[in-house]
Design a protein around this ligand. Structure first.
Ligand SMILES: [Zn+2]
Ligand SMILES: [Zn+2]
Length: 651
C-alpha cells in the first residue's frame, strides 16, 4: 500500500494522492479538458515532465499553452526532435547541446561536412515524421556506468557526463529511436510539437571555445500556434529587409573593414551626417537643461581604473595595457578608456564644491573602447569602438528625485516625442550583496519611484536587479516591427563618490558626500543608429536624412534654374544635391528612390519659367505636386526644425 502524499493546487485546495502519482493523473482528476491541454507541470517552482512520478508533498500547477513557461519546454523538446531526425539521416553525427533560446532552439552536431540548405529541408521533413510518430519522451534515472554505456559513441556527451557531480541525478530521455543525456523537462510526446521551422545552420565552437572543435549548429523556431509561427516568420522576413548591415551598404552609411579591425566603424559621409545630427540634437538639448559639456582623453593611466574599481574586475572587457611614453616610469601603463566615469569624477573633484553648486551635470559624447569577443560583434549593434552620449550628474540626496524626473523627460523627448518609439521601464532595486546602508538605498529607491509616479509612468519592478552600487532604471524600446531594444539606462552610484572621496560643503558648513548618476539616452550612437536604420528601414525622417532634397533638371536647359534652387536650399542649411547626369529622368528618379531621399524636386522648362518645382515625396509613388520654390523651402525648413517624423505634414 503506497503512502499518500499531499498535493496543493494553485487555488489552495489540497488533495491526497498515492506516492508515485503524476501531474498528468492530477490533471485528469481535475477534468478531461485540462488533461488534454497539459504540457508539463510546475512542481514547487521547478518545471517537471507531466509523467514524472511525484514522491513528496508539494505544490503542483498544470502548465498549458497559456503558461509563459510552455514555450521553453516546447522549444527544448523541438531540439530533441531535431536531433532525432539528424541522427536518422546522418547516423555518424555526434551530438552536443540542444537548448531552447529566444524565439526558438538549436542543436549542435559534430559532422564531417557543414549542413547545406537542402539538408535542412530534408531534416525538417524528417522532423515532421518524428512528430507524427508521436513518440513519448521517456525519462530514466541512470547511474554513471549505465550513462557511459549509452553514450559510448558520443564523446561530447561523455565529456559532459564527466563534469556532473557525484550527488547529481543523471537522467536520460528517449523519444523513439533517440536518447539524450538531459535534465529535461520535455513535452509528453513528440506529437505535441506542430508549428516549427528550421532557419539556418552555422558553425559554432564546442562550448563556445575557439580552441575546441567546430560543430555545426542548426537553428529553428517553434511556436504553440500556426498564427504565432506565421507572425514570427513574417517578422523575420521584415527584419531581414531592414538589416542595418545590408542597408548600411546600400545607402553608403558605414563600413567595417578588415584593415581597420573588427568592431571598428568607418562612418561614411552619409552615416556620419546622421551621427552628427544626433549629437547636435542631444548636445543642444542637454545644454538647455543645465548640463555642461566636457571633453576627456581616449587613453589614460591604468591606475585610474584601478582606483575606480574597473580593474582588475573588468580587465577582460578592456584592451590590454600599453607602455607609457618617454618621461614616465617603466612600470606605468596606459589603457584606452572603456568608460568616462572616472574622468568626469576627477573634473568634479578638481574644485571645492558647495551645496549651491549642485547638481553638477557633465555631458560628453565620447569615444570609448571595449574588447568585446570577436564572435559577439555584430554590425553597429555590438562594436569595439563605441560613441556614448554619456553624462554624469553629481547631486545631493534631496535632488535625486528631480534629476530623475528630468532624465525621464529627456528620455521621453528623445524616444517617443522625437522618434515615435514606444518604450517600457524597469526599476531595478537593491540586490542582496550591496554597498551602502539600507537608509541610503531607501532614500534612493523612494526617489526613483516618486519620479516615476510623478510622471505617471507605468514601470516593471525588477526586485533585487540593481547593481551592487546603486538602483537603476532600465529602458527598453520597441521598434516598428515590434522588436525590443535595450535603450537608455539611468544608474545611481554610491560607490564612485566613495572611492574618489568626493565632497561638497553643505549648508551646515560640513563636508558631505554627493550622489552620482550615470546615464546615456541613446546608449551608444553605433547601436542607436543601427536601431534607427532598422526601425525606419533606411527611410529616415527629413531632419536625419543624409540627403534631404535631390534636384533633378529634366534637360540641360534647366541646369541654371536647378543650381539656383540648390543654392537657396544650401544657404538655408538644407542638405541638397543636384543630379544633372545625362541619364533619363526615370533612371535618376529611381536612383534617388534607392537612396530613400525624402524629397525630389524635378525642374522642367515650365517650372524653371514659373519659379516652381514638381515635387515628388518619398513613399507617395508617382504623385507630383507643383509648388513654388519659396513655399517648398519654407516647408522643408519647418519640417526639419520640428524634426517631423512624417513628410509633408504641417505643424
Ligand atoms: Zn532535453
Ligand atoms: Zn558612468
Amino acid at each position: 500500500m503506497p503512502v499518500d502524499i499531499r498535493i496543493t493546487l494553485p487555488d489552495g485546495t489540497q488533495r491526497a494522492a498515492p506516492s508515485g502519482t503524476t501531474a498528468r493523473a492530477i490533471a485528469e482528476g481535475i477534468g478531461p479538458r485540462l488533461a488534454q491541454a497539459a504540457l508539463a507541470a510546475r512542481v514547487n517552482d521547478a518545471i517537471w515532465d507531466l509523467d514524472r512520478p511525484l514522491r513528496a508533498d508539494g505544490r503542483v500547477e498544470i502548465i498549458t499553452e497559456q503558461d509563459p513557461a510552455a514555450l521553453e519546454v516546447l522549444r527544448h523538446s523541438a531540439a530533441h526532435v531535431l536531433a532525432t531526425a539528424v541522427r536518422q539521416l546522418f547516423p555518424e553525427a555526434k551530438i552536443g547541446f540542444g537548448p531552447a533560446i529566444e524565439d526558438g532552439f538549436y542543436y549542435d552536431f559534430e559532422v564531417p561536412r557543414p549542413f547545406a540548405p537542402d539538408d535542412l529541408q530534408t531534416i525538417e521533413a524528417r522532423m515532421r515524421e518524428v512528430a507524427a510518430a508521436d513518440y513519448r519522451f521517456v525519462r530514466e534515472e541512470v547511474d554513471r556506468a549505465e550513462a557511459g554505456r549509452r553514450f559510448r559513441d558520443d564523446p561530447l556527451k561523455l565529456e559532459r557526463l564527466a563534469e556532473l557531480g557525484d550527488d547529481e541525478v543523471i537522467t536520460v530521455y528517449s523519444d523513439g529511436p533517440f536518447t539524450d543525456l538531459c535534465r529535461g523537462p520535455h513535452l509528453p510526446s513528440t506529437g505535441r510539437l506542430k508549428h516549427f521551422h528550421l532557419l539556418h545552420a552555422a558553425g559554432a565552437y564546442w562550448r563556445g571555445d575557439s580552441r575546441r572543435q567546430m560543430l555545426q549548429r542548426i537553428y529553428g523556431t517553434a511556436w504553440l500556434t500556426k498564427a504565432d509561427l506565421d507572425a514570427y516568420l513574417h517578422r523575420l522576413a521584415e527584419a531581414e529587409k531592414r538589416d542595418h548591415r545590408v542597408l548600411g551598404r546600400q545607402l553608403d552609411l558605414f563600413s567595417i573593414q578588415e584593415e581597420v579591425g573588427p568592431g571598428l566603424i568607418l562612418w561614411h559621409p552619409r552615416g556620419a551626417t546622421i551621427q552628427f545630427e544626433l549629437r547636435r540634437f542631444i548636445e543642444d538639448e542637454v545644454l538647455r537643461r543645465g548640463y555642461q559639456l566636457v571633453y576627456t582623453p581616449h587613453v589614460t593611466r591604468e591606475d585610474l581604473f584601478i582606483r575606480s574599481g574597473h580593474l582588475p574586475l573588468y580587465a577582460h572587457n578592456q584592451f590590454p595595457a600599453m607602455a607609457a611614453g618617454e618621461g614616465e616610469a617603466a612600470n606605468v601603463r596606459y589603457r584606452t578608456k572603456p568608460m568616462n566615469c572616472p574622468m568626469h569624477t576627477l573634473i568634479y573633484a578638481a574644485q571645492q564644491r558647495s551645496y549651491r553648486d549642485l547638481p553638477l551635470r557633465l555631458a560628453e559624447v565620447a569615444n570609448v573602447y571595449r574588447n568585446e569577443l570577436s564572435g559577439t560583434l555584430h554590425g553597429l549593434l555590438r562594436v569595439r569602438g563605441l560613441t556614448m552620449d554619456d553624462a554624469h550628474i553629481f547631486c545631493r540626496e534631496d535632488q535625486i528625485e528631480d534629476e530623475i524626473y528630468d532624465l525621464l523627460d529627456l528620455t521621453d523627448l528623445v524616444l517617443r516625442r522625437t522618434f515615435g518609439f514606444e518604450y517600457r521601464l524597469d526599476l531595478a532595486t537593491r540586490p542582496a550583496k550591496k554597498i551602502g546602508g539600507d537608509a541610503a538605498w531607501d532614500i534612493a529607491e523612494a526617489a526613483l519611484r516618486q519620479a516615476l509616479d510623478r510622471r505617471d509612468l507605468r514601470y516593471g519592478l525588477d526586485a533585487g536587479g540593481g547593481a551592487f552600487y546603486g538602483p537603476k532604471i532600465d529602458i527598453k524600446l520597441k521598434d516598428a516591427i515590434g522588436r525590443e531594444w535595450q535603450g537608455a539606462t539611468i544608474q545611481l552610484d554610491y560607490q564612485m563618490p566613495e572611492r574618489f572621496q568626493l565632497e561638497y560643503t553643505g549648508a551646515d558648513n560640513r563636508p558631505h558626500r554627493p550622489v552620482m548618476m550615470h546615464r546615456a539616452i541613446f546608449g551608444t550612437l553605433e547601436r542607436f543608429v543601427g536601431c534607427l536604420i532598422e526601425h525606419f528601414a533606411g527611410a529616415f525622417p527629413l531632419w536625419l536624412a543624409p540627403e534631404q532634397v535631390r534636384i533633378l533638371p529634366i534637360t540641360d536647359a534647366q541646369n541654371e534654374a536647378a543650381r539656383a534652387v540648390h543654392r537657396r536650399l544650401r544657404d538655408a542649411g538644407v542638405r541638397a544635391a543636384i543630379d544633372d547626369r545625362n541619364d533619363t529622368l526615370n533612371y535618376r528618379i529611381r536612383d534617388a528612390e534607392l537612396f530613400k531621399v525624402p524629397y525630389m524636386a524635378v525642374i522642367g522648362q515650365r517650372e524653371a519659367d514659373q519659379g516652381t518645382v514638381a515635387l515628388r515625396v518619398r513613399g507617395a509613388g508617382r504623385k507630383q505636386e507643383i509648388v513654388a520654390v519659396d513655399a517648398f523651402l519654407a516647408r522643408v525648413i519647418d519640417e526639419i526644425r520640428r524634426r517631423a517624423l512624417t513628410l509633408g505634414t504641417s505643424a
